[in-house]
Design a protein around this ligand. Structure first.
Ligand SMILES: *[C@@H]1O[C@H](CO)[C@@H](O)[C@H](O)[C@H]1NC(C)=O
Ligand SMILES: *[C@@H]1O[C@H](CO)[C@@H](O)[C@H](O)[C@H]1NC(C)=O
Ligand SMILES: *[C@@H]1O[C@H](CO)[C@@H](O)[C@H](O)[C@H]1NC(C)=O
Length: 174
């Protein structure tokens, strides 16, 4: 029996390599997602294999809650969370609309595929403060700064001209 052990270990390792361990490569996901507060966030995750999919599950790692599940029917934890596709499980991406600052965190996309251990990927969501106000103020500065600079230059030119005319500068140059 002893002599069979290296072979069984080899067998387990090859089975592992072929069937299980590389499994998560069959899921494509966007690892880091950024979104703006009050806007929409798309958490992308899809299965790129040929087996039948039993279910797609999204877990909120902060709360350990199941936030979306598609098996025979859909289970969604909130109305702001939806699957991107109306049916089908190959593309299990979800949309959060609106997304909030406090949604920042890690989410897990899990595929339960026939004949495989569950496949999973982690996605980090980073929600930033909505900066639609900032472009407005920066574009305002783009107008204000040149006006101020041109104004200053004109005043300096005016003063220099005035002093020159009054003769102060003419004297100074002599
Ligand atoms: C999806 O699977 C096909 C066939 O196995 C492979 O050629 C392709 O590179 C995979 N795509 C991704 C994004 O993993
Ligand atoms: C899944 O759907 C999302 C949103 O429509 C899309 O951006 C993504 O490319 C799709 N993924 C695949 C593998 O088709
Ligand atoms: C995930 O859990 C955290 C902590 O409870 C919560 O603040 C956040 O809103 C949850 N995300 C979603 C999308 O429900």
């Amino acid at each position: 029996m002893e002599s069979h052990q290296p072979w069984s270990a080899f067998l387990v390792l090859s089975l592992c390599a072929i069937h299980f361990c590389r499994g998560s490569d069959l899921i494509t996901a966007e690892k880091d997602v950024s979104a703006f507060d009050g806007k929409t966030a798309v958490l992308k995750c899809s299965y790129n294999g040929s087996r039948d999919i039993n279910s797609v599950k999204w877990t909120n790692k902060s709360s350990n809650d199941l936030i979306a599940e598609r098996s025979r029917v859909d289970h969604l934890s909130a109305s702001r969370i939806k699957f991107v596709e109306s049916s089908g499980k190959t593309n299990g991406s979800i949309i959060i609309d609106p997304v909030h600052m406090w949604d920042t965190g890690t989410y897990k996309c899990g595929y339960d595929v026939q004949g495989r251990i569950p496949l999973e990927k982690f996605i980090t969501l980073n929600v930033k403060e909505d900066d639609t106000v900032k472009p407005d103020s920066t574009s305002l500065w783009k107008i204000v700064i040149p006006i101020v600079v041109i104004g200053l230059l004109l005043s300096i030119a005016g003063i220099v001209f005035f002093l020159y005319k009054k003769g102060h500068l003419r004297k100074a140059f002599r």
